[in-house]
Design a protein around this ligand. Structure first.
Ligand code: CUK
Ligand code: CUA
Length: 623
């Protein structure tokens, strides 16, 4: 047993896990699964080295969603050390994200400023089905946004809000030929237009599949669908994206949504949709100019494949052959052969189910599946709290009637795993070294910290014949998903380039004021507005005080002249809620109202020098 059991179960002599397994097996008796069940095994075979000694670097970057904290976290693998946080949909007290002018400009693109976000899915741009290290794309379910993170500086550079829909959830990138589009599902169904009419007429509620132009960060087109979209993934041909879709009943309440035995995996035919957009065969909604294609059941742009009800994760196998839809309420996953989708669109197949080549029973609550590049799949079982390793080709043989056992191993993990992810597993380069399982509960795994518990991210070695759990790591609210990239794919800058687009508008403003940011320390007054320009070189600012009048709107712009790696300065203005990061060769600015007469010290909040505490100055506010 891989975890501590709570005392009540210990007293009854039956752990929760034994109880769960007993009931699960009873429920599955006669399905053929019981016979093939391999009990939790001792790890066998050769395994990878987990220890990363002080001074050694990790082999992989992990990009973790911060869930409802709205940020992305960079975690080294296999050490599971948190390396950095990238604020995206949140406000960050360390870097001033959401407070500085430059970050507010990015956030304004998303229709903000919203103080919160709910980030589920970080995914890296690809070229020819391989990570290209350029961008990460992430969703905000809470405020219907999509953001892009530049991987050279690991900062968010664009945020957009997606019109006509509500709650962007599943998000993945086009893999081939390159990430031209970011595909994302809007989950909730709303009246269209959602302007106060049809409030209670559920028959008018709809949602859409969205394709975002990855370079321009604009919505390229939307596809109207039936049901509620959940997760999505793209193929390795550049032809299809596939989304899981629940609520084929089009209901607004839970019993209604549960009525049908089957929901869908919906396939979007990208060349056909692009052709329709080009030919002008679309509609628009309200003020939005985004082309909308009608892809509801029966349309020629989409294919609705019936799968057991309320499917959740959708994961393309790393060999590019299959889409796999995870059953959630069904103990199965559905294997869809992508070449057969070609046949269906060509009119060679009558029944949508003819593209299904396997539907293995895996256990209770399959949510997400990852791949090792050796023909095996790893599926999280939310209810069984296990990862099941199974063989894809054997599962296909079993569906044809062969007596083969496709289950390779079931491994106990922490309670209620959601996503799992293998190293490079969503690309052609799946290397089968590590698997991360993201559990929703940590229960008694860590020191108690009050009623709110951390989640538990577990590292599993999958390089050997059997899976082996090697690390537990607590995580704060709530990593739905992560992705694991070999470090060779990522090249970051050590200091900023002076012409970086992230502070380009500040450079333009300074120029208008006749300022040379790299040397000037000056105050420019324009009516009620005061612009303070200063440089910073450890341990001093280029200005030790400046004077304004009560009520002035003050914009402080700091340019960090230090070019030594890691000498980041800060600027914090006492009692004004003002903070910013200024890394080497960066320019940052912040605007606030000086509404309190008196002396206000500003200081560097980023430890930069032996005299860091002395790195400060005064704002004198005249009454
Ligand atoms: S979802 Cu959370 S466990 Cu938003 Cu990717 Cu599946
Ligand atoms: Cu500059 Cu601390």
């Amino acid at each position: 047993m891989s975890k501590k059991d709570n005392s009540e179960n210990e007293k009854s002599g039956l752990t929760r896990r034994q109880f769960m397994n007993a009931t699960a097996l009873a429920g599955l008796a006669g399905t053929g699964l019981g016979a093939g069940f391999i009990p939790v095994a001792q790890a066998k075979g050769k395994h990878s080295k987990i220890e990363v000694a002080p001074g050694e670097l990790d082999e992989y970057y992990g990009f973790w969603s911060g869930g409802q904290s709205g940020e992305v976290r960079i975690v080294g693998l296999p050490s599971m050390r948190e390396l950095m946080r990238i604020p995206v949909f949140n406000i960050d007290s360390a870097t001033g994200w959401g407070i500085t002018n430059e970050s507010k400009e990015v956030l304004a693109g998303g229709g903000g400023p919203y103080p919160n976000g709910d980030l589920h899915h970080p995914h890296m741009s690809m070229t020819d089905g391989r990570y290209d290290g350029k961008y990460l794309f992430v969703n905000d379910k809470a405020n219907t946004r999509v953001a892009r993170i530049r991987c050279d500086v690991m900062k968010t550079d664009k945020i957009i809000s997606v019109p006509n829909v509500q709650a962007i959830h599943g998000l993945r990138v086009q893999k081939v030929p390159h990430t031209k589009y970011v595909f994302c599902n809007a989950e909730f169904r709303i009246p269209q237009p959602n302007d106060g009419r049809d409030l209670n007429d559920a028959s008018k509620y709809r949602t859409m599949f969205n394709a975002i132009d990855a370079e321009k960060m604009e919505v390229a087109w939307q596809v109207l669908v039936d049901g509620n979209l959940d997760n999505t993934d793209a193929d390795y041909k550049g032809k299809y994206a596939c989304s899981t879709c629940y609520n084929s009943e089009d209901a607004t309440d839970l019993p209604g949504m549960m009525r049908n035995e089957r929901d869908w995996a919906v396939v979007f035919n990208i060349p056909l949709i692009e052709a329709a957009v080009k030919a002008g065969k679309f509609t628009t909604l309200g003020d939005s100019k985004v082309p909308i294609i009608d892809g509801r059941h029966g349309s020629k742009y989409t294919m609705y494949i019936p799968v057991p009800k309320s499917p959740h994760g959708l994961n393309t196998t790393s060999d590019g052959k299959y889409f796999i839809a995870n059953g959630k309420l069904s103990p199965t996953v559905t294997i869809i052969e992508i070449d057969k989708i070609d046949d269906w669109f060509a009119g060679k197949l009558k029944d949508e189910r003819d593209v299904v080549v396997g539907e293995p029973e895996l256990g209770l609550g399959p949510l997400h599946t990852a791949y090792d590049g050796r023909g095996n799949a790893y599926t999280t079982l939310f209810i069984d709290s296990q990862i099941v390793k199974w063989n894809i080709e054997d599962a296909i043989k079993a569906y044809k009637g062969d007596k083969v056992n496709y289950i390779r191993q079931k491994l106990d993990v922490m309670y209620q795993p959601g996503h799992n992810h293998t190293t490079m597993g969503e690309t052609r380069d799946a290397d089968g070294k590590w698997l991360v399982s993201l559990s929703k509960f940590s229960k008694d795994r860590f020191l108690p910290v009050g009623p709110l518990h951390p989640e538990n991210d577990q590292l599993i070695d999958i390089s050997g014949e059997t899976m082996k759990l090697v690390h537990d790591g607590p995580a704060f609210a709530e990593p739905h998903d992560c992705m694991l990239v070999h470090r060779s794919k990522i090249k970051t800058m050590k200091i900023w380039k002076r012409d970086d687009p992230l502070f380009a508008s500040t450079v333009v403003r300074a120029k208008k004021h006749g300022i040379v940011l790299e040397k000037d320390n000056k105050v420019i007054r324009k009516g009620n507005k005061v612009y303070v320009y200063m440089t910073s070189t450890a341990p001093t600012y280029g200005m030790d005080h400046f004077t304004v009048k009560k009520g002035n709107e003050v914009t402080v712009t700091v340019t960090n002249l230090d070019q030594i790696e890691d000498v980041t300065h800060g600027f914090t203005m006492s009692n004004h809620g003002v903070v910013m990061e200024i890394s080497p060769h960066e320019t940052s600015s912040v605007t606030f109202v000086a509404d309190k007469p008196g002396v206000h010290w500003f200081y560097c909040q980023w430890f930069c020098h032996a005299l860091h505490m002395e790195m400060r100055g005064r704002m004198l506010v005249e009454a």
